[in-house]
Design a protein around this ligand. Structure first.
Ligand code: GRF
Length: 195
């Protein structure tokens, strides 16, 4: 199976996914694509010999379909079987999602359905939650809302700041996403629960 990974930043989730696709793993990375030409994850992908591309979203400000029409070009050329959104920070239209639905995954740093959207760690702290974590789900047109394929839990500890909690969650993201991808690539939809 061919896996395209979309990212916007440093790409630590991309690295975890790429480093997991070895040996008898049924999938291999075929493209790392970003909405930011300066994304650090593009350098880390290139260092690993993976094809990269970037479509800067800024010239398309306000015309999301036009941005996505450009984004589709390197994606279609790479012919992925699976798309992994990994720290990809652009909302995708229903039209784009419809094209890839059933083959596109996302990781979100909360225990969905709690805390869809942004600033999840600060919101969990604000709410006084004793637990937090991350979720991998199939992407549907509604934001952070598709069928859950895996979750990992972490404790919230006294004195946690959003940054400290985010780092604890990120460690689990790097375990959860590869575990889910391995099953998804083997057409196994049994959810993964860690921690
Ligand atoms: C992190 O905040 C992570 O929780 C979320 O995307 C952000 C960047 O991740 N999934 P990465 O290091 O670029 O993979």
């Amino acid at each position: 199976k061919r896996v395209a990974i979309l990212l916007s930043g440093g790409g630590s989730n991309m690295v975890a996914l790429v480093d997991s696709m070895t040996g008898d793993h049924p999938a291999r990375p075929c493209l790392v694509l970003s909405n930011d030409p300066n994304a650090g994850g593009l350098v880390r992908a290139a260092e690993r010999g993976i094809a990269t591309a970037a479509v800067d979203h800024r010239p398309f400000r306000g015309d999301r379909p036009a941005f996505e029409a450009e984004l589709m070009k390197p994606l279609l050329a790479a012919e992925p079987d699976i798309i992994c959104l990994a720290g990809f920070m652009r909302v995708l239209t229903a039209g784009f999602v419809a094209h890839w639905q059933g083959r596109m995954l996302n990781i979100h740093p909360s225990l969905l359905p709690k805390y869809k959207g942004l600033h999840t760690h600060a919101r969990a702290l604000e709410a006084g939650d004793s637990e937090h974590g991350c979720t991998v789900h199939e992407v549907t047109p509604a934001l952070d809302d598709g069928p859950i394929l895996g979750q990992a839990r972490v404790p919230v500890l006294p004195g946690d700041t959003p940054e400290v909690l985010a780092a604890r969650v990120l460690e689990q993201e790097h375990r959860l996403y590869p575990a889910v991808l391995r099953r998804f690539a083997a057409d196994d939809r049994t959810p993964v629960f860690l921690g």
